[in-house]
Design a protein around this ligand. Structure first.
Ligand SMILES: NC(=O)c1ccc[n+]([C@@H]2O[C@H](COP(=O)([O-])OP(=O)(O)OC[C@H]3O[C@@H](n4cnc5c(N)ncnc54)[C@H](OP(=O)(O)O)[C@@H]3O)[C@@H](O)[C@H]2O)c1
Length: 433
């Protein structure tokens, strides 16, 4: 640890949920943080869009800067804390200017790093500064530090988890209250668990941004958002939730990056997870990440993935590290060592699958479906059929044996064409984790 009497000086851009939370943590825990750093952390300047807005914290002692570039160029500042958000625009420009001016950057901005992390880490390296981003993945859970430091001795083979609290809250509420997706989403928006425009969360994009960063850290590869396969949760119905329960599973939106014999796969999608797996028991707004390493075996961490307090806790931890003089490469290894790899499509994985069909309740319908599956080399493990006498239709849930997802997808495409099949079949991977 440095024993530096000079304060570590920061500038904070963005005073919303997280930025104001950072100010509060630094103020409320000033003494304990100072003791742990061996020096003071001093907020030099702050900014946001609206100077007059009440932030719920006292910012009267800090300089207000209207121009983001001048904040990033300020010679007094050691680190710029970017709490604006967004992959492009002002947040990106601020980070670039800060790095080019020899300032460390602390950010919670997963979108920015998922899209530009490699180039920004090259920039940081060439100016001899660091990008710290603990808060950008799973809010208050110190998973970046765990991967980059605590598990650094291991070859990581698999990393997966629940990376979006909004989706986990919706899936938990659907199951517990037996209400459909739209009703639960509306509640989540009213309670502040979901944004007015929830698409980033429910379409899986937010989880994907985080997964890209975890994959890069876990495998020492360049973050590659474009190659990621993403599916959200908005097509799931109460029927799927209930069938999962009946079959011994819970549905979770899982982000998974794995390396199998040098072949890399990364995907965000709803999965059936066995109720025996600890991840399936992580409910509500909580996040959890499981890491599998060759020597450590399995490590799981869970906690709050969002909110002012948990996210600011991670941001301030990064500031403390920098104030102590700790420097680590953005993705755990120097950028020249980060491999550019080809990610394999999820279709080439082998997995058990759940298929839900809404069919005409007529004789021969099940025989036709099983024939389609057999024809594509997909065998059935279990089967539930529920008739609806009033409208002459039935609901069918099928669990396949482990098969190539290419084959299962092909089979489902043929099944969908049957005149007796009334819905677009729901297909969910059963993740054997
Ligand atoms: N919220 C969470 O729980 C959470 C968790 C993990 C990571 N993150 C990440 O943390 C970052 C901040 O999120 P947040 O929830 O705190 O967002 P937020 O509440 O919307 O706050 C954004 C802040 O940025 C300011 N701002 C916007 N455009 C600006 C500009 N051009 N120049 C200067 N300031 C500008 C806003 O000013 P005004 O206040 O004046 O409008 C506001 O203070 C994002 O990258 C987000 O993904 C958030």
């Amino acid at each position: 640890m440095t024993n530096n009497k000079t304060p570590f000086r920061i500038a904070i851009a963005g005073l919303g949920t997280v930025g104001a939370g950072v100010v509060k943590v630094l103020q409320d825990n000033h003494d304990v943080i100072k003791n742990r750093c061996g020096r003071d952390i001093e907020i030099i300047s702050v900014t946001a869009s609206n100077k007059t807005k009440d932030r719920g914290v006292d910012i009267s002692n800090y300089e207000w800067v209207d121009n983001l570039s001048s904040m990033a160029e300020d010679n007094r500042v050691d680190a710029v804390v970017e709490m604006i958000g967004g992959s492009e625009g002002d947040a990106k420009t601020l980070v670039e200017v800060a790095l080019k001016n020899g300032k460390h950057v602390v950010t919670a901005n997963k979108a920015l790093l998922a899209h530009h992390g490699f180039v920004l880490s090259q920039l940081a390296e060439s100016y001899g500064v660091s990008i710290a981003y603990e808060a950008s993945v799973a809010g208050g859970i110190p998973v970046i530090k765990a991967l980059r430091e605590g598990l650094a001795a291991n070859e990581i083979t698999n990393i997966y988890g629940i990376l979006n609290g909004t989706c986990n809250y919706i899936l938990t509420e659907m199951r517990e209250t037996e209400r459909n997706f739209d009703a639960v989403l509306k509640d989540a928006q009213e309670m502040g668990y979901a944004e007015a425009d929830p698409s980033f969360d429910v379409d899986g994009v937010d989880a994907a941004h985080k997964l890209v960063l975890l994959g890069a850290l876990a495998f020492g590869v360049q973050p590659d958002f474009e190659s990621l396969e993403i599916e959200g949760i908005s097509n799931l119905t109460m029927k799927d939730i209930n069938y999962a329960e009946e079959l011994g599973y819970r549905i979770k939106l899982i982000g998974m990056a794995q390396c199998d014999d040098g072949v890399f796969t990364q995907v965000v999608s709803p999965c059936f997870v066995s109720k025996k797996n600890a991840i399936s028991q992580v409910e509500g707004v909580f996040n959890a990440i499981m890491v599998e390493g060759d020597f450590v075996d399995k490590v799981m961490i869970q906690g709050r993935g969002a909110g002012a307090g948990p996210t600011a806790s991670s941001v301030v931890a990064d500031i403390i590290d920098l104030a102590r003089g700790e420097r680590v490469s953005t993705f755990g290894v120097p950028t020249e060592k980060l491999k550019a790899i080809e990610w394999r499509g999820v279709e080439t994985l082998n997995a058990k699958c759940y298929i839900h069909l809404h069919v005409k309740d007529v004789s021969g319908v099940i025989a036709d479906i099983t024939a389609c599956l057999k024809d594509k080399d997909v065998s059935i493990d279990s089967f539930i059929q529920r008739g609806h006498e009033e409208d002459g239709t039935a609901s069918v849930a099928i669990v396949t044996h482990k098969a190539s997802l290419v084959k299962v997808n092909n089979a489902v495409r043929v099944v969908e064409e049957l005149a007796t099949v009334l819905n677009k079949p729901t297909l969910v991977r059963i993740e054997d984790i």
